[in-house]
Design a protein. Sequence first.
Length: 504
Amino acid sequence: MSSIDRSQSVGGTRTYEVRTYGCQMNVHDSERLSGLLEDAGYVRAPEGADAADVVVFNTCAVRENADNKLYGNLGHLAPKKAARPGMQIAVGGCLAQKDRDTIVKRAPWVDVVFGTHNIGKLPVLLERARVQEEAQVEIAESLEAFPSTLPTRRESAYAAWVSISVGCNNTCTFCIVPALRGKEKDRRPGDILAEIEALVAEGVSEITLLGQNVNAYGSDIGDREAFSKLLRACGKIDGLERVRFTSPHPRDFTDDVIAAMAETPNVMPQLHMPLQSGSDPVLKAMRRSYRQERFLGIIEKVRAAIPHAAISTDIIVGFPGETEEDFEQTLHVVREARFAQAFTFQYSKRPGTPAAEMDGQIPKKVVQERYERLVALQEEISWEENKKQVGRTLELMVAEGEGRKDDTTHRLSGRAPDNRLVHFTKPDQEVRPGDVVTVEITYAAPHHLLAEGPVLDVRRTRAGDAWEKRNAAEKAKPVGVMLGLPKIGAPEPLPAVASGCGCD
Ligand code: SF4
């Protein structure tokens, strides 16, 4: 290795690192970016390594200071790159789609800028930048290839995201997604089912169907019932134990979807449905095309058809023009709906959205005070709803990396069918992530459950085998070349950062 080349290559192979911001769509796109780079011969940089040879930022454009965060991180990397000529930096995702060549103007040490519609171009653009020693900015106005056709490097061996559509046809006034991810495009049902069957053949036993507006699936292929048909088709796939989906929109949540959820055994009793506000005038200003009565009506129908369903939501507090009466309506829906969990956000202006220009922007102090009231109410309800789980016997899919205290508490963690997080007593028998255990719930906390008694049954699964095989392959690798066992286990449920839809 020549003295000037300070690259972090491992055994001469260039290393990469993908830094992901924002929603599940980005988490899934990052699996594709990793797959593309590994397909091009890069290896994942060892955990904790200084900067990799190639650092890719998969950005989010939601938060008001999303760009400050990006330029802060890029500034941090500048001296590292100056010290290592072979190093490359690439910026993709929603902020790249929005800011384009502004990024290389503000951070001229960036080598590649690509958008949300052409993630497949990353390896070629990196090579072109290296050969031409010139930054490459390439943004497509519409989708070049469905991300699911690109190579992937999944974060989990036993659970997977499956994208069914990209983009969104709605125009919620606080949301920048349609401008950056375009109109809705649906994958063909056959392609989706083929991907799921291939995943199950690899040992995956849980999938999450992914779309900006997952239950609008079909609008692009002219079949209004395509989503419920897809759920039912998933019910016929042997070996597929759990089906989840994110995020639906209340407007498109039709009776055929509720029936498909209730009548398809492997579709889990869990639903994330963004409310955003409980006030009809605010919902109108948000252009959310449903009102309080319809939202509560859907909750009632879901509960009638699936009594144990855990329902979670997203709520924005402090939308421009929101009065105290409007906010009281939000609290009213929260009391009525009894959500298992709510991701709550303080409204923040997003440049480029109609709401950012609206009159009646609410002072931070007022927003904060309302936010605290909402969080306190929801915390109480989450705990009460969790307490109803005590005494129930549940099957858990054993998770990896979801129990921060597991090592010290001699416990393991898993997800119940309704996606609640349960920490359970470690059995003497070996249990692997992806396996299924049966436990009795003995205690409820606001955001997790405990099963302190002995495990009632352990079912070793093909998913557990897949995890074990991957783990062994990882351990067999020479030090430094990471097979990149996931930092995270199964796709985490909606991170509080940003929900699937509209990224509040
Ligand atoms: S909030 Fe969701 S439904 Fe509304 S425009 Fe954004 S992505 Fe579409």
